[in-house]
Ligand binder design. Sequence first.
Ligand SMILES: Nc1nc2c(c(=O)[nH]1)N[C@H]1C(S)=C(S)[C@@H](COP(=O)(O)O)O[C@H]1N2
Ligand SMILES: [Mo]
Length: 536
Amino acid sequence: MYRASHQHRLGGAVAVLIALLAVAAALAAGHLVAALTEPLASPYLAVGNTAIDLTPQPVKELAIDLFGTADKLALLVGMGVVIAALAAVGGLVSRRNPLPGMTMITGFGLLGMAATVSRSSLAPLALTAPVTAALVGMGAFAWLHRTAAASARGNDRASSHPRREAEQEDAEQHETATRGTAGGRRRFLISGVVVALASGSAGTVGQLLSGRRRVSRSRQAIGALEPDIAAAPVPAGADFADSGTPSFITPNKSFYRIDTALRVPRVPASEWGLRVHGMVDRELNLTFDDLMDRRQLQKPITMVCVSNPVGGSYISTAEFIGVPLRDILAESGVRDGAEQVLSTSVDNFTAGTPIDALTDPNRDALLAVGMNGEPLPTEHGFPVRMVTPGLYGYVSATKWVTDLEVTTWDTRTYWEKRGWAERAPVKTQSRIDRPKGFEKTPAGRITVAGIAWAPHTGIERVEVRVDQGSWQEAELSASVNTDTWRMWRIELDLSPGGHNVESRATDRSGYTQTAKRVPTVPDGATGWHSVFFTAE
Ligand SMILES: Nc1nc2c(c(=O)[nH]1)N[C@H]1C(S)=C(S)[C@@H](COP(=O)(O)O)O[C@H]1N2
Ligand SMILES: [Mo]
């Protein structure tokens, strides 16, 4: 099969390209099969992890000093460079004969298998990944090499014997020759593009699938969370769900979700790291286990989005579990003059939270790991997010948080650059949940019910009025803490016909919710929620 290729040397660039493509195909195929069987057996990761295990401690420390939390990324990139360089050499020594390249790929395959076997935690099924990688790599290399060699033969002949094509005996050679240079080169180009596209898609699909599986395993491994300081149980009567309000605790599945992520970041807890730096006395680099070793407290907190319109649904409450941010900041020490903590997520969202709100001993701003007893759901920031009572999410609740920089207000954040306010305390507001707009209810005694919130200040009073009449005070649900919403309800006697009901909340600072309607931009909507309905 390779008879002719012994006589025709491939160009250097072509030889290198073939080897790079074949190795890419091998790694992509291995990654995909690993995603379907055992994500950690992906040859690239398995070799990387083994390299980490074999690295002497002082070298590891040096790497952490040099690269901080990017040390693993640095390793993976470094490995990529080494593999590419070896592949290039393998390609160059295979210009006449594919054997050296095939041997090199077999060697890589054996390395991947050894790395997989050495990780005793992996099931035998895990071997399917490096084995597939090796087979696909050899197949791709052989195919590309043959196509390129055929093209090179065509080349040689086209230049040396332009008019003797018909005299060729060998059918394969004949075909190549009659098609001439351009045809052969086109075939090689197409093969290369096919291999590149197939590798790209296999790698991408593998990455998506393995991310999902690794995160769900990581969440399972963490299991149910037990705080060191538990919240008091939520009292009966904390909501009026029977009267149409939401339940006091929002189930994780129903918790509102707002983020800029087209694809939810999937970060297993073992790969997560947090760097605390900037205007601090000591820089910290924390792992997930470091957080689990620290004092964790549990606390019901209501979160609100600044984009919540009057009467909107971007508000929910969960019992969060996490390490108080004031503990972390006390550990790193905050220098004089610091004004905000700039938090960054793995997907480069940024938020700026006033230092005061994070260090305040009376405000439990958390680096949260748990939500309603379980690890954070992926969409809500697994493995670690911020939650700050009393501030809108975009300035205080970074999900998938990985970097905290103590700094001044000079650094601007993701939403600030898009016209939203630098500081954004949650505004005191209320919402009517029953009746719904344009609902038809029987005339006579009807219940009007809803929610009110003034996070970190607390709700003092909610009043309701019908058809611009006088304000009547509603009954409030049992108070849980000032950082959560409060439910309210009132029974009214109404004549048949259309009615308009409005609500307004007063918080514990004495402030009564303004009637003035302002839009959500730049720092949150105001105005009374008003619902029109018909009593029949
Ligand atoms: N990484 C990241 N964190 C983020 C956001 C985001 O887009 N990316 N959105 C913020 C906004 S605007 C809000 S209101 C809250 C919403 O949190 P939730 O989706 O868990 O309800 O997350 C905040 N944290
Ligand atoms: Mo938000």
